[in-house]
Design a protein around this ligand. Structure first.
Ligand code: SF4
Ligand code: SF4
Length: 738
């Protein structure tokens, strides 16, 4: 070993020892913070599926690749990071000896080739990612960026380190070529050979370059160890765990979509017949009341801003950004952690758990952080502003896009639950809806004995459960479908089409009450459980004696469809629920309904969030519309898609109980969506949800475009094509609500 190698070896060992010590300390700190969360025992079930999903999602980059160029570039960088860690390891042999290399595989041509190819592609990949970050920098002239609010220096730092490590790999090899110590053939390592031709034959070059490479890598480790909230770096390790522990590992996308998590206390679902607010946790009022998976979510965020770029609230000027919400919760959790780890915290009655002696060593900033209310405006010093919390439509666009499976909607609803159930703090206008649900069983407060009024004048009898022994489908009408004028037309259209196709169905009539969706999404789990239990009892009675596969329900409202199909199972109600567009698509494809009249003027389709993203029903409504546009005879017409469609559809603004709250901040979401729909030039905007129908109709009318554009349900479009004689009467009019 020469004098240069003695110096490089000592320096490499010293910086590595410091970096590893700091990294171990950082990992222990992160584990301690995440363990502060509440239990979530269900996250350990089904480990086989979890492992498979984690491997497919990470190795295949299945979620990242939806953003083609970024996904591909990131894949090469990820593979580069894993494979080229071997080259960092190899550098430790090279600081000791310029001819050093990895034992066993070092020197094999195939190893030289694989690492060379991956290093080249990784370099291209990281340059692409740097270019994308620069192009989308928040400070660029004009326009909002998905990186607004991200800690930009951290992103640039991580990317610069990756680039530098890759380049130094070639430089080391180049010096080996220049000094004739390179064992790989030209065909396997052409870039290294080309660089070697340019470098001087400096014998110490290999060891010095290897030291630089190690120093860069260890500086990175030291920086991230000193910044445990640096998700852009830590996600390389945490993403595997976050994906493994996601809520629904079997779901191909959007693990945190569809059903909401039941309200839990100490890891157990809460039953309101026994729950006690002094003993049980009602929602989340303190950051440590999230589950440990919630705290892992916050730690894993890469600050990529994909969620922010898709969020309807953010895109219309509301203060909510799902990314900024997650970052606020993360920063608060880590800043409050020393207080919690010292034994601090409030019990469920609000009393401090720690003694003064336990907290004596904490600094004033930590104590101030611990004192912050989780929800509170700027004056109260809250972590999350109420306007942020209540701007969410629970559309799920953030969850859908998040590459590391963060479950934003669950966290938002958990915080709403505490605000509603314990603080009674929510937008006051929603109080009328909640009172109506409690007293009348529907959000409009309409009399229950008018639930069947929509059946009048149909020209055929709509059977009620109990009046007929045998029915294939229970037609769940929903509150909008029963009481809201525009939605009633959809209900009538569906009933007419089912009757036309000879489907045997029956309704509950006055036996039906609200599914409970708006109560659950606003955070009132108590009212949800009350309504849901009543409906589960009614439905179980209606289907008594039937095997599960024959307990079939068809619903026109995606919110009812989601609640009945995905959430009633939490309360003992197992049903086979389909949306009316799915049933209609089946009836058309099997020839039981035959469109005969083409639809003129172009049709575009707005995906309802709770049908599309939350339940992945994208094809059925398009098939129905395609057959109606074509007008039969096997001709399938073409929809004019909006730029944001299917998984990336833009919310109408009504979900998450926003239907019953005023939209006072920013641009109206429905107006934004209507402008997009009108930009297609289509005269018909088809919808599959009564709330979307109301919101988009309001948007069209607000723009004074009611004569040019019609918003109408998929079922009504099909009915006009199947029975053109019914068309004039089905023209939509402004709604009146009870
Ligand atoms: S659910 Fe929708 S509105 Fe709510 S934060 Fe996510 S993207 Fe935004
Ligand atoms: S998409 Fe996920 S990882 Fe990216 S900023 Fe949003 S929450 Fe963080």
């Amino acid at each position: 070993m020469g004098s240069v190698q003695i110096v490089t070896t000592v320096l490499a060992a010293a910086i590595t020892a410091v970096a590893v010590w700091l990294a171990v300390r950082a990992v222990l700190k992160m584990v301690a913070v995440i363990r502060l969360g509440q239990p979530a025992p269900e996250r350990f079930a089904d480990k086989g599926t979890r492992a498979k999903t984690m491997l497919v999602e990470t190795a295949g980059h299945t979620r990242m690749l939806r953003w083609g160029v970024v996904g591909a570039a990131h894949w090469f960088v990820m593979v580069g990071f894993i494979v080229l860690s071997l080259l960092v390891l190899e550098a430790y042999f090279e600081v000791v000896s310029p001819t050093g290399g990895l034992p066993l595989i070092g020197g094999l041509a195939v190893y030289g080739l694989v690492t060379e190819v991956i290093a080249v592609l990784g370099t291209v990949g990281i340059l692409v990612l740097i270019a994308i970050r620069v192009r989308n920098r928040p400070t660029r002239p004009g326009g909002r960026s998905r990186f607004t609010g991200s800690t930009m220096w951290q992103g640039y730092f991580v990317e610069a380190v990756v680039l530098a490590v890759l380049v130094m790999g070639f430089v080391i090899r180049g010096f080996k070529v220049a000094t004739d110590h390179f064992e790989y053939p030209l065909w396997a390592t052409p870039v290294s050979h080309a660089l070697g031709a340019l470098l001087p034959a400096w014998p110490a070059g290999v060891s010095v370059a290897a030291l630089i490479k190690i120093a860069i890598s260890m500086t990175w480790l030291i920086v991230i160890a000193l910044n445990v909230t640096m998700g852009v770096a830590w996600h390389r390790f945490l993403a595997f765990f976050n994906i493994f522990f996601k809520r629904e590992p079997a779901r191909p996308a959007g693990s945190g979509l569809g059903p909401l998590r039941p309200m839990t206390s100490n890891g157990k679902p809460l039953d309101f017949e026994e729950a006690d607010p002094e003993k049980d946790q009602f929602g989340v009022a303190q950051v440590e009341q999230f589950t440990w998976k919630g705290l892992l979510d916050f730690s894993t965020c890469t600050e990529c801003g994909r969620c922010q770029s898709q969020c309807p609230a953010w895109n219309t000027g509301k203060p909510l950004s799902p990314k900024l919400l997650v970052l606020s919760l993360r920063d608060h959790a880590y800043a409050k952690a020393p207080y919690l780890l010292a034994g601090g915290g409030k019990d469920l009655t609000g009393e401090e758990k720690a003694t003064a002696a336990q907290l004596a060593h904490l600094d004033v900033l930590t104590l101030a952080e611990a004192d912050k209310p989780l929800i509170g405006d700027a004056e109260a010093g809250g972590v999350i502003d109420p306007d942020v919390l209540w701007s969410c439509t629970t559309c799920g666009a953030c969850v859908e896009q998040c590459p590391v499976d963060i479950e934003h909607v669950d966290h938002i609803v958990d915080m709403r639950r505490y605000q509603v159930l314990i603080e009674s703090s929510f937008p006051s206008e929603a109080g009328v809806m909640l009172r109506n649900l409690e007293n009348k069983g529907n959000p409009w407060g309409a009399p229950q004995n008018t639930r069947e009024d929509w059946t009048k004048g149909l020209g055929f009898e709509v059977p009620r459960v109990g009046e007929v022994d045998d029915f294939e489908y229970l037609f769940w009408v929903g509150c909008a479908g029963a009481f809201e004028d525009r939605a009633k037309k959809t209900t009538r259209a569906v009933a007419t089409l089912l009757n036309e196709a000879g489907v045997s169905f029956a309704i509950l009539g006055e036996g039906e009450t609200c599914s409970g969706d708006p109560a659950r999404r606003i955070g009132n789990e108590f009212v949800f459980q009350m309504l849901a239990q009543q409906n589960v009892e009614t439905l179980n009675e209606a289907f008594e004696g039937r095997e599960p596969a024959k307990r079939k329900i068809v619903a026109t409202c995606p919110h009812c469809f989601n609640t009945l199909g995905n959430e009633y199972g939490q309360l003992g109600g197992e049903f086979e629920v389909v949306h009316h567009t799915q049933l209609l698509a089946h009836l058309v494809s099997t020839g039981r309904l035959t469109p005969v009249q083409p639809v003129d003027g172009g049709v575009t389709y707005h995906d309802p969030c709770y049908l599309g993203r939350h339940n992945r029903v994208f094809a059925a409504p398009r098939e129905v519309l395609g057959s109606a546009i074509g007008g039969g005879g096997g001709t399938v017409g073409t929809l004019t898609e909006m730029p944001r469609n299917s998984e990336r559809s833009f919310c109408c603004g009504a979900g998450g109980a926003r239907m019953w709250m005023e939209e006072k901040i920013g641009k109206r979401i429905n107006v934004d969506r209507v402008e997009e729909a009108m930009s297609t030039g289509a005269r018909t905007v088809a919808v599959g949800c009564p709330f979307c129908s109301t919101m988009l109709n309001d948007g069209v009318n607000g723009k004074g475009a009611g004569e040019q554009v019609e918003v109408v349900d998929v079922a009504s479009v099909l009915l006009r094509s199947v029975k053109p004689d019914t068309a004039p009467g089905e023209k939509e009019t402004a709604p009146t609500t009870g």
